[in-house]
Design a protein around this ligand. Structure first.
Ligand SMILES: Nc1nc2c(ncn2[C@@H]2O[C@H](COP(=O)(O)OP(=O)(O)OP(=O)(O)O)[C@@H](O)[C@H]2O)c(=O)[nH]1
Length: 357
């Protein structure tokens, strides 16, 4: 691990559909002591942004606005330049270094490209470490928004924490329908209920990488698939059949295009199998694989590895303490858009040495 890694500061991505309460929440958050020395980056559509004016600026935080386009599509490079410029300015002025970065996306943003930027931009990847994605969902309009807008589904699917806002506007029955709906989209995300942005910063931040990985991988939450789910293993050379749309029963938990499942592998995985499988998977279906998190037991290696991927981009694997995988079973959580679990697992089987000819 390089010395740079020790300097990395946590970055939180705050997302949620239009009007879900992001600015309201930010406004409360930035006044809390835990947000001392935070840099808040607000992205808005249109030439004249307003949200940054609505966020109270404490003595220590700096609020910068990016309103020339949407972070997830046209101005990804600007994120790096904006954050760098602000870090440099603080340093030149002899101010306290930032202890945290919060990025508020536009309500229509797809967070996946933003996470990719954080992971692949040289400067950002060295200086920042993703602490989590928080997605706000409006209790009153959440279900209809999720049904009507793909962006909203993608935001919820990729989140580590789901904040159900405006709970004062709905009754218990409506609230639990939304909670169940969200649970189908993203079963491992922690759900919190929030009124008027009242939530403590501690509930939304922190959580060591490992704890979050474990939460993500909370196996019971996901539809389980393994190499032994009753599918005939593909013969060597039958890649085309693996990639064809499956006509058999779906392993998904729900009818939407976005689905999540946990793929388990009981035997330690040879590093070359892991690499070849993920390479091919990502090059064939990367667009449709929204997020992958895994704790992997590699053959011949004591420490398990944490893997973290957003679409076709993978973060460098991180070694974990042995307890993180005490049963020796590798677990891969996939959140996909229109990819059948069988396509993922059969592709894995394809690379098993005993099946290669
Ligand atoms: N009743 C109620 N209203 C809320 C709550 N949270 C936010 N609001 C209101 O909802 C409206 C939208 O909130 P914002 O915080 O601006 O939402 P946003 O996500 O920043 O909106 P965009 O910038 O358009 O994406 C505002 O009028 C808020 O006052 C809540 O818990 N209860």
């Amino acid at each position: 691990m390089s010395s740079d890694t020790h300097d990395q500061i946590p970055v939180t991505v705050l997302t949620g559909f239009l009007g879900s309460g992001k600015t309201t929440l930010l406004n409360r958050l930035v006044r809390q002591p835990a947000m001392k020395d935070a840099l808040v980056v607000i992205n808005e559509f249109g030439d004249i942004g307003l949200d940054h004016r609505l966020v109270a600026e404490g003595d220590e935080q700096t609020v910068v606005e990016m309103s020339s386009g949407c972070l997830c599509c046209t101005i990804r490079g600007d994120l790096s330049r904006t954050v760098q410029k602000t870090f440099d300015a603080i340093e030149r002025a002899g101010g306290e270094p930032f202890s945290r970065v919060i990025i508020e996306t536009t309500g229509l943003a797809d967070p996946a490209p933003i996470l990719q930027t954080l992971m692949t931009d040289y400067w950002l990847a060295h200086r920042l470490q993703l602490d989590g994605v928080i997605c706000l969902v409006d209790a009153a309009s959440g279900v209809s928004t999720l049904n009507a807008h793909r962006e909203s589904q993608r935001q919820a699917a990729i989140a580590d924490r789901l904040l159900i806002t405006k709970t004062d506007l709905v009754d218990e029955a409506r609230l639990s329908r939304l909670a169940e709906h969200l649970n189908r989209i993203n079963p491992a995300a922690e759900q919190l209920q929030v009124r008027h942005g009242e939530v403590s910063a501690e509930q939304l931040t922190g959580g060591a990488q490992q704890r979050r990985a474990e939460q993500w991988l909370s196996a019971a939450s996901y539809a389980q698939v393994s190499t032994a789910v009753g599918m005939a293993p593909p013969a060597a050379g039958s890649l085309i059949s693996i990639l064809a749309p499956t006509s058999g029963p779906s392993l998904t938990r729900h009818g939407e295009q976005i689905r999540s499942f946990c793929f388990t592998v009981e035997e330690p995985i040879a590093p070359e199998v892991l690499e070849d499988w993920l390479d091919l998977l990502m090059s064939l279906m990367g667009e449709k694989i929204l997020r992958v998190k895994a704790i992997v037991k590699i053959a011949g290696r004591e420490e398990p590895l944490a893997l973290h991927g957003v679409q076709h981009i993978f973060h460098p694997p991180e070694p974990l303490p042995a307890e993180a995988c005490s049963d020796g079973i590798s677990r891969f959580v996939f959140i996909t858009n229109g990819v059948a679990p069988a396509a993922v697992t059969q592709l894995f089987d394809y690379f098993q040495p005993e099946r290669a000819i």
